[in-house]
Write a protein that binds this ligand. Structure first.
Ligand SMILES: Cc1cc2nc3c(=O)[nH]c(=O)nc-3n(C[C@H](O)[C@H](O)[C@H](O)COP(=O)(O)OP(=O)(O)OC[C@H]3O[C@@H](n4cnc5c(N)ncnc54)[C@H](O)[C@@H]3O)c2cc1C
Length: 294
């Protein structure tokens, strides 16, 4: 299929882009890496009158540490984040998730902001940002808003961004000392969207007792699912096999995924429990590597 006709607009600055979005509102769609938007256009599942290409706007692709947070510009290519030493050092959870996004050809074009704004519930990046309780920075001519993941991801492929708003940055806390992280997923073939994925973080005190834990899952609901209650069950105890098994059971028990062509609801629940246990064990085993992190 070919896309329907649209005006192709190429702003040279953020301000110009925001002006175009203010002018055209719901009639416009922004183009980042095009890895999701172009297929949607070609299948005529979206029919914008205007496509606003973000690729000529300078300054939206930087990765920096700011105020204890790793700030990643929306137009940062997924591959750029994957190969960044700063990401590896300051946010190893994101670094581990990145190579699991599609194939390298997709990551060469696909952007961090596009992945978050597309809000695919099977996507890795929404779950990472949710597990880390990050912030999504939205800009429009009306000003700036910073949303928590549960405010930003509101439904299947749907975010709280208004038609005149651009996602300009994602901010996640730098991984603290004595914290291990892990991202694990199961997909049918390498590069496929995951059936289920788990992002996990575990912080241990000097005696090996868990002081903080976070778990977020992909593929088990219309948005990334944060398993807050199950994660809390690990706090105050050591991450023994029994304790991790218990957390995995709690996660599986609380989920209500849908069955679809790819997997039944029961299989997804089972997978979520098993992957949670394994991801937590891997994260706990990595705490020593994070001991010295500042
Ligand atoms: C074969 C294949 C396999 C894939 N596998 C995976 C996978 O395993 N995991 C995964 O997570 N993804 C996967 N993807 C999707 C890929 O990660 C896309 O790159 C991503 O979903 C969209 O990023 P993009 O930069 O290409 O955005 P685009 O396709 O350009 O845009 C996607 C949507 O987001 C909007 N948008 C983009 N940027 C912004 C912004 N800054 N502000 C507001 N709105 C914006 C666009 O208007 C559009 O609606 C796969 C894609 C393909 C083609």
């Amino acid at each position: 299929m070919k896309p329907p006709r649209f005006d192709y607009l190429v702003p040279r600055s953020l301000d110009e882009a925001l002006g175009l979005l203010a002018q055209h509102g719901e009639e416009a769609k922004v183009l980042a890496g095009g890895q999701s938007l172009v297929p949607l256009l070609n299948f005529r599942l979206v029919r914008p009158a205007h496509v606003v290409d973000l690729n000529e706007i300078p300054g939206l692709d930087t990765i920096r540490v700011d105020d204890g947070r790793l700030a990643i510009g929306a137009m940062t290519r997924q591959r750029q984040a994957e190969t960044s030493a700063l990401v590896r050092e300051r946010c190893p959870l994101l670094a581990e998730a990145m190579p699991q996004v599609g194939h390298v050809q997709i990551r060469n074009r696909g952007t961090v902001g596009g992945s978050l704004a597309h809000a695919d519930p099977a996507g890795e990046l929404p779950a990472v940002v949710a597990a880390l309780d990050g912030e999504l920075v939205l800009r429009s001519r009306r000003g700036e808003r910073r949303l928590a993941p549960h405010e930003f991801f509101v439904g299947y492929l749907t975010t709280a961004a208004a038609p005149d708003e651009l996602l300009v940055e994602a901010r996640v806390p730098v991984t603290p000392p004595r914290t291990g992280t892990a991202f694990m997923e199961v997909s049918r073939r390498h590069g496929d969207f995951a059936l289920v994925g788990v992002a996990a973080t575990v912080t241990l005190d000097a005696g090996g007792v868990c002081t903080a834990c976070a778990i977020a899952l992909t593929g088990v609901g219309p948005t990334p699912v944060v398993a807050r209650d199950a994660a809390r069950a690990l706090v105050g105890v050591k991450p023994t096999d029994d304790a991790l098994m218990d957390v995995g059971r709690r996660v599986a028990g609380a989920l209500m995924p849908d069955s679809d062509l790819h997997a039944s609801a029961d299989y997804r629940k089972h997978l979520a429990g098993v992957l949670t246990r394994r991801a937590l064990a891997r994260a706990a085993g990595r705490v020593d590597a994070g001991k010295e992190r500042q």
